[in-house]
Design a protein around this ligand. Structure first.
Ligand SMILES: NC(=O)c1ccc[n+]([C@@H]2O[C@H](COP(=O)([O-])OP(=O)(O)OC[C@H]3O[C@@H](n4cnc5c(N)ncnc54)[C@H](OP(=O)(O)O)[C@@H]3O)[C@@H](O)[C@H]2O)c1
Length: 316
């Protein structure tokens, strides 16, 4: 698989990374319905076997469960994949989620992540959300100290604006930004991509298939029948009137995928990777066959004609 250098770091990551949010399992506020750990572990090992060299997780996903599953899956691997995880989104004993960027909180979060992942060092540690906004400098300083102590190799952020990046850059250089990016969510094209390129910040985009919606495997019926604890039921892109617009767009993309002899999921990924500022796409998968299909998108190159056709369809 193709690799790209992540910002100023010496991490050479494959242009497709495995996302493990859904692998956190069911029964919490932002779950994706029930998930079998055995399938998750098989998906993670399959990803590594086919050449994906990094995994994105977060303490938040399944309130620690995703990190535990990742830790189990990579245990004993001769060459471990690069592990990226996140802090800031915490939970209390009643499993209520809150944000903290206080230095003591970050310090205990990193220790807990190291334990759950069963590793000595975290390759990429990211602030999950710039919140509370007034504490981003304190959180970033704490992370810079943890790098000096050898618990973290590189640090990045997620969901930050250009203004917030500018505030923390003088404290310690940002290795990567993790923003949302898909055909349905293009906000980063305005200024973030340009800022990251000019400042040597890697860009690893999340939800590139809009949480499964762009794979062509969704219908109104499937949305209606999603499990009660699948957070997508409450997501605006999966609700009317937007849902019908989105499903119509997906249908209109089918001929472009067919012409290239690729699937809709691969088209959605090749489309985000068309931008030179994007280092890699983080691709969620819940089983082996999903990641087998999507990993192949890393080698797909769309023509200018295809990109223009897609642009016309999106504008419509
Ligand atoms: N930093 C942040 O705030 C943030 C936010 C969101 C995500 N992320 C990260 O980015 C990763 C990727 O984003 P995402 O998981 O939200 O969305 P995504 O990658 O756009 O979609 C993943 C979902 O699509 C479905 N899918 C995957 N492969 C498929 C295939 N071949 N055919 C049909 N359906 C397929 C699966 O769900 P079903 O099978 O259930 O449909 C899967 O969970 C996350 O796992 C997480 O690591 C970070």
């Amino acid at each position: 698989m193709q690799t790209r250098k992540l910002g100023y770091s010496d991490l050479n990551i494959t242009n497709i990374g495995l996302g493990t949010w859904a692998i956190g399992g069911g029964g919490w506020k932002f779950a994706w319905g029930p998930q079998d750990d055995k399938e998750s572990i098989a998906a993670i090992r399959e990803a590594v076997d086919i050449g994906i060299n990094w995994i994105d997780t977060a303490a938040l996903y399944g309130l620690g469960h995703s990190e535990i599953v990742v830790g189990k899956a990579i245990k004993g691997m001769k060459e471990k994949p690069i592990i990226a995880t996140k802090c800031c989104r915490c939970w209390d004993e009643k499993r209520r989620i809150f944000n903290s960027l206080k230095k003591d909180s970050i310090r205990s979060e990193v220790e807990a992540s190291l334990r759950r992942l069963r590793v000595d060092v975290i390759d990429l540690y990211q602030i999950h959300h710039p919140s509370p906004d007034e504490d981003i400098e304190e959180g970033w300083e704490a992370i810079a100290k943890l790098i000096k102590e050898g618990k973290i190799r590189y640090a990045g952020v997620s969901n930050f604006s250009v203004e917030q990046l500018k505030r923390i850059q003088p404290i310690h250089p940002v290795a990567s930004l993790q923003p949302p990016y898909s055909m349905l969510e293009r906000g980063i094209e305005d200024e973030l991509l340009d800022y990251c390129e000019k400042n040597n910040i890697g860009v690893i985009v999340y939800s590139p298939m809009q949480r499964g919606l762009l794979t062509g495997k969704f219908s109104k019926e499937r949305v209606q029948n999603l499990p009660n604890d699948d957070h997508r039921r409450k997501n605006i892109q999966f609700q009317e009137p937007q849902l019908s617009v989105n499903l119509e767009l997906v249908e209109s993309l089918r001929p472009v995928a067919k012409k290239n002899n690729i699937t809709l999921a691969q088209l959605a990924l090749a489309w985000v990777l068309r931008r030179k500022e994007v280092t890699a796409a983080i691709v969620g998968a819940r089983n082996q066959s999903q990641i087998q299909e999507t990993a192949a998108a890393g080698d797909v190159k769309l023509t200018e004609d295809d990109i223009e056709t897609i642009e016309r369809l999106l504008n419509r």
